[in-house]
Design a protein around this ligand. Structure first.
Ligand SMILES: [Fe+2]
Length: 337
């Protein structure tokens, strides 16, 4: 049962072979309706047949990418400002992503940013010349985005493990510039159209959200998710700034963000349901506080396998009211002191 979900008749050329973990049922039903029935869905077959492009605002495209590994399918975003555009995350990097992005943007210059290191959020970086991220995430992304980064997607016979696609459609590794910026950094897209990087930690040490202030849109990466918000995994060996991968860090950062909730109208996360009302942040904050108060009082526990390392992970889950869950491990609750 772990490896199957009811198939979705999506427009992407790639076909799902198996999952690493079952997907959230409500999110799955939502994605079925969206991918099979949304009237804005378009695939540019002649450029990139693997990406479904949805238009959410006059100036906002959501690009649906199936995850190349067995984890959840992923969104990246193209936001068009008055003079510049912004590409938020670069997904798994399958197909000619850069050409697709430039088709949507036209002649405008654009800025590419990452929310965090995940292979489903930063592997497309190698298609661009320059990418920005939070300063704590630079070394983490560099440790993953490197020659041979796609090898784990294939078995010893060269067959695709999780998603069926043509191997020749993966980009060749190439060097690019990765620039770290601090919390609160402003990217100006022309005139008074500012996008603020907000460091949140939690799911990754340098996990960042991006707030398009004028449109009051928050691009929330993996710290908001209608399936599982994995913001309490704890430190990972060999990675940097791991003291921020826990519930307490994210709680502290989210508490600050919730004080600014009138600046946010809708949320566009990295996976599953999108265009969420911002009040979900308050419900997530309630769950984080409840975990910190009594980590033993979880709703259920799971075991999962990391598709890259194969490591088995034991997680506790606590529900977010009317939404998904927050997951955490024993050493992912409090910040080390
Ligand atoms: Fe992700």
């Amino acid at each position: 049962m772990l490896e199957r979900m009811p198939p979705i008749k999506g427009a992407s050329k790639a076909k799902r072979l198996r999952w690493s973990a079952p997907q959230n049922e409500i999110s799955w039903a939502y994605m079925t309706m969206l991918r099979e029935g949304n009237r804005t869905c378009r695939v540019y077959d002649d450029i990139n047949p693997y990406v479904e492009v949805y238009q959410y605002r006059d100036n906002l495209y959501a690009l649906f990418n199936q995850n190349n590994d067995g984890m959840g399918d992923v969104w990246m975003y193209v936001l068009i400002g008055p003079e510049k555009a912004m590409v938020i995350d670069t997904a798994c990097g399958l197909g000619r992503q850069r050409e697709l992005v430039e088709k949507l943007i036209g002649d405008m210059p654009y800025i590419v940013v990452n929310t965090h290191l995940g292979p489903d959020h930063s592997f497309g970086n190698i298609q661009y010349d320059r990418v920005y991220c939070h300063e704590y995430e630079v070394e983490n992304i560099k440790s993953r985005v490197k020659p041979g980064m796609f090898d784990f997607l294939f078995d010893e016979d060269g067959n695709n493990k999780w998603l069926q696609f043509d191997r020749k459609d993966l980009p060749e590794y190439r060097e690019y510039e990765l620039i770290g910026v601090p919390d609160g950094y402003i990217f100006n897209l022309g005139g008074d159209y500012d996008v603020e990087l907000i460091w949140t930690g939690g799911h990754a040490a340098g996990h960042a959200m991006y707030l398009a202030k004028k449109d009051r849109l928050l691009f929330a990466g993996d710290d908001v998710c209608s399936d599982v918000i994995g913001c309490g995994a704890g430190p990972k060996e060999g990675m940097f700034h791991q003291e921020y991968c826990n519930i307490e860090t994210y709680r502290d950062r989210l508490e600050g963000l919730c004080r600014r909730i009138d600046q946010i109208e809708y949320i566009f996360p990295g996976h599953f349901m999108l265009n969420l009302e911002s009040r979900v942040l308050l419900d997530i904050l309630d769950t984080l506080n409840a975990i910190l108060e009594d980590p033993e009082n979880y709703d259920y526990a799971t075991e999962s396998r990391n598709p890259m390392s194969g490591a088995v992970k034991h997680s506790f889950h606590k529900f977010v009211k009317g939404f998904g869950t927050v997951s955490y491990s024993e050493n992912g609750v409090y910040r080390a002191r």
